[in-house]
Design a binder for this molecule. Structure first.
Ligand SMILES: Nc1ncnc2c1ncn2[C@@H]1O[C@H](COP(=O)(O)OP(=O)(O)OP(=O)(O)O)[C@@H](O)[C@H]1O
Length: 623
């Protein structure tokens, strides 16, 4: 993809972006979190390895280490720790194979709860040198804490969150501990039942992993285009935090301090959220910019409550408002999930992008974005980065084709028909890109098989016969790669029971669960596909989808704690999975994807397909 990198696009806070060590001596520190949320900072010696770190944890936190692994993002740390950056958060988790679905997570006891390490009350993790604004904020909060100004628990939301204050007692940051997320062991609002690392509220976002997503959204918001408040991942220690099963004393001296890994975000004073205020007054540009970010990061949680509204004096008695997007913990899922875009039906979203917005989009480079995230948040999973790449390419091609925000959002969203949910157009394209990849792999296998046979036959046949044989064997696939009437041996989509498994100590989401291909049916041809992704039969197109959120009792406000993890996972939701391809396959997949996206948009533009026609507002519409 020809994407120019724009020097000006990087947030000024990230200039001089490079791996920095906290200490020139080369010593490193890691923050290890147990499944139940306890956190301990450990100084690593040169001789330390995964086993010695586990031993230190056993002694300090009194947690068992047998059959437990140290995890750093996608990586299970076997021995060598040289790839682990200074101030990285690691997770000590039970090897999944040994975890029965009904086994409760380790519940903290008086002993294993927090032991203080040598670190300060708030430590910025991993990328501390690139967060000057947050560092100032942290200093203010620490100062206030010294004066006894305690944080205040936030009432709203499903997860545990706390407003931290400055010396004047004003809120200046919101801190959300990763072990207090919905379903996490220390959630203070009753939404418990899973261990860190298991699939959470959104099945493609694991419990305990929303914090780094909040930071990712901030890092990707170059030039504060969408206005995401400054956010960092921190290790923070305070007695205010919740640990289920612990009753903390009421007197200051009696209160136990707990360390947590958390996201820390600048508090933005605001007047409303978008659910309380007339959306027609929202500036078109603000809606577009937030929408552009949501599309890139496949935000599955952009509901109205996650858009803060701040009144600004517009002069002449006219109120103008500023929008502030918050709560990006459910973006960048590991599979293509159904996004949620509150703005999708707002009139602003139907207005074409401005020149500035188009320029911003044209400068986006998903590969550079991925590099940035790998650098700044090394625990981020490759699966999330692949989602970022696919969505950004989709956005870029859509913008080139003149689509507006609402149209792009619709193409990414699943559609309910009766009780059934159908894949989005984006998902259809991804399915087809994958099918083409599988087909190509099969072709390569066939070629290899023919070559082997050829080698054998060469010993016993005349040269003219050999050529004839070869042609016959290759004939059915001769139209590869795009545009031919290919007989597809791989098109039927089969649904597998979704089970998270353990491989080499790592917790693996359902493997190729969505698109386990069987050699049965005829392929849709690529020209047919390109007419409209919705009108093409790709294998088993109708997705019988049960609403997992409802099934889990989440929406009805009940805890899922009384249902086993396996029961919760056994829903039939399907996802397009991107993580199970090798690097080489991924490159080929992206080529297929980009080509199909191009065809889909071209056909859409030429109006050759019956699209869902919506009434759209013209550019003259004023807000
Ligand atoms: N940066 C911020 N500045 C000011 N207030 C904030 C900020 N972030 C969150 N809040 C407030 O805290 C509340 C809870 O935060 P948030 O929505 O992020 O938590 P959550 O538990 O993830 O919520 P939800 O269940 O709605 O997804 C918000 O409704 C908002 O009022």
């Amino acid at each position: 993809m020809a994407v120019a990198a724009s020097k000006g696009l990087f947030n000024s806070e990230f200039h001089g972006n490079k791996m920095m060590e906290r200490k020139s001596s080369g010593r490193r520190r890691v923050f290890v979190q147990t499944e139940t949320g306890s956190v301990l900072g450990i100084e690593l010696d040169r001789s330390d390895n995964a086993h010695t770190v586990k031993r230190k944890l056993q002694i300090a936190l009194n947690v068992p280490i047998e059959e437990r692994s140290l995890i750093f993002g996608d990586v299970v740390l076997k021995n060598d720790l040289s790839t682990v950056r200074n101030d990285s958060p690691l997770l000590l988790t039970k090897n999944f194979m040994h975890r029965s679905s009904s086994t409760p997570c380790l519940s903290p006891t008086g002993k294993d709860v927090q032991q203080r390490d040598q670190s300060g009350p708030i430590e910025i993790l991993v990328c501390s040198d690139h967060f000057s604004r947050i560092r100032k904020l942290v200093r203010k909060i620490v100062e206030a804490m010294k004066f006894g100004i305690d944080p205040i628990p936030v009432c709203g939301g499903l997860g545990g969150a706390y407003y931290f204050r400055d010396c004047q007692g004003e809120n200046c940051a919101i801190v959300k501990p990763t072990d207090e997320e919905p379903y996490a062991p220390n959630n203070p609002k009753g939404f418990i039942g899973k261990a860190l690392g298991q699939p959470g509220l959104k099945r493609s976002v694991r419990v305990g992993e929303t914090g780094f997503r909040e930071v990712a959204a901030y890092l990707l918001d170059y030039d504060h285009f969408a206005n995401v408040p400054s956010t960092a991942l921190v290790k923070v220690t305070h007695s205010i935090f919740n640990v289920n099963g612990e009753v903390n004393g009421t007197k200051q001296q009696e209160r136990k301090e707990f360390s947590k890994i958390a996201s820390l975000q600048q508090f933005i004073p605001h007047d409303f959220d978008a659910s309380d205020y007339g959306t027609s007054s929202f500036p078109v540009a603000a809606v577009h910019k937030i929408g552009i970010l949501d599309i890139r990061i496949l935000n599955t949680d952009r509901h109205a409550g996650n858009l803060l509204v701040r009144k600004i004096d517009g002069g002449g008695g006219l109120d103008q408002v500023e929008l502030v997007p918050i709560d990006h913990g459910l973006c960048l899922p590991e599979n293509l999930e159904d996004p949620y875009f509150e703005w999708i039906h707002w009139p602003q979203a139907s207005i074409p992008f401005s020149e500035d917005e188009l320029e911003y989009i044209s400068h986006l480079d998903p590969f550079r974005d991925s590099e940035l995230l790998r650098m700044e948040l090394p625990m981020i999973r490759e699966a999330c980065l692949r989602v970022l790449v696919v969505c950004t390419i989709f956005l870029k091609e859509a913008a080139i084709s003149g689509l507006c925000l609402a149209e792009i959002g619709e193409m990414m969203s699943r559609e309910f028909r009766g009780q059934q949910e159908e894949p989005s157009e984006l998902e259809f394209i991804c399915i087809e890109a994958r099918r083409l990849l599988e087909e190509r792999n099969m072709l390569s296998d066939n070629v290899r098989a023919v070559e082997n046979e050829f080698q054998f036959e060469i010993d016993c046949e005349e040269e003219s016969d050999i050529t004839c044989n070869l042609e016959k064997k290759l004939a059915p696939q001769a139209c590869w790669p795009l545009g031919g009437n290919i007989q597809n041996p791989l098109s039927k989509v089969e649904e597998n029971v979704e089970e998270w498994t353990e491989e080499d100590g790592n917790i693996i989401p359902p493997r190729s669960d969505k698109y386990a291909f069987t050699a049965q049916e005829k392929a849709p041809t690529v020209p047919r596909l390109s007419m409209s992704m919705k009108n093409v039969s790709i294998g088993d197109k109708s997705w019988k989808h049960e609403n997992v959120m409802q099934k889990n009792g989440y929406l009805s406000g009940t805890s899922s704690g009384n249902r086993s993890v396996n029961e919760q996972l056994a829903g039939s939701t399907r996802f397009v999975k991107l993580a199970d391809m090798s690097e080489e396959e991924w490159v080929q997949y992206l080529e297929n994807f980009q080509h199909l996206v191009y065809l889909a948009f071209s056909n859409r533009k030429s109006g050759s397909v019956g699209q869902r026609q919506r009434q759209r507002l013209g550019t003259s519409c004023q807000f």
